[in-house]
Design a protein around this ligand. Sequence first.
Ligand code: SF4
Ligand code: SF4
Length: 281
Amino acid sequence: MRIAIASGKGGTGKTTVSVNLALSLENVQLLDCDVEEPNCNLFLGHPLQKVEDVGIQVPAISKDKCTSCGKCAEACRFNALAVLLTGVILFPKLCHGCGACSIACTKGAISETIQVIGSIERSASHTHGIELYQGVLNIGEPMASPIIRTLKGHIDNSRTVIIDSPPGTSCPVISSITGADYCILVTEPTPFGLHDLMLAVDLVKDLQLPHGVIINRYGTGNDGVEDYCSENSIPVLMKIPYDIRIAQLYSEGTPFVLRMPHWKDRFQDTFRQLQELTGRF
Ligand code: SF4
Ligand code: SF4
């Protein structure tokens, strides 16, 4: 089963849920798709090894062959090319590597070259039975989705796969959660949490993904999230209380199920609930 953990905004406890759920189950592959800031391993401490670089194909333009006709810039949906009398300028950070410009150029002036934007790493050991993969987007690179797609190419379907998605509702989130059997949306019981949860619910509905909610820091804020879930028949899978002990362990980088083992039972119960909801085991 593939379980995606997502949230409409950052800081709700998405990684906390991903890591603690992973530690509560057996034979788990954990994919950290939050490639701008992969932090699952801050809590696991696995030694990591690089698996591969990830690159996108960007155009290389031959000044000798280019006639400045402008067809490549017209074909580029991302405004990554500007055509001047003196030739074509590429803005590499805007380039999505789609290849449309090379198809549009009838003068054979465009070839393609690989621009490395990040890498894939995996845990060298399977401590706690978890195989961790993480994507790393190089600093200054804007496009996370190619890294996430490459990362998901390493999914091992013989394991329970937990996908820690980036926060928000943009393209990298869609790349991360697409293909999941179930999406857990982590939120907090505040008006901000509710607002961003509603955006995330719209997204998973558009993607037709079965989904439920885990409320973190339960006991703060108000009842807005619970009322919304009830009115929209969204299952609340778990409530993690606003608890000083959990907060202390978090600040030490210790997953709370390792020190509060009764929480493993709670996560295992939630997993069984997902199995029943999805019919996948
Ligand atoms: S389409 Fe080809 S020839 Fe025309 S401006 Fe672009 S690179 Fe130059
Ligand atoms: S590869 Fe695509 S995004 Fe990049 S410059 Fe060409 S048309 Fe634009």
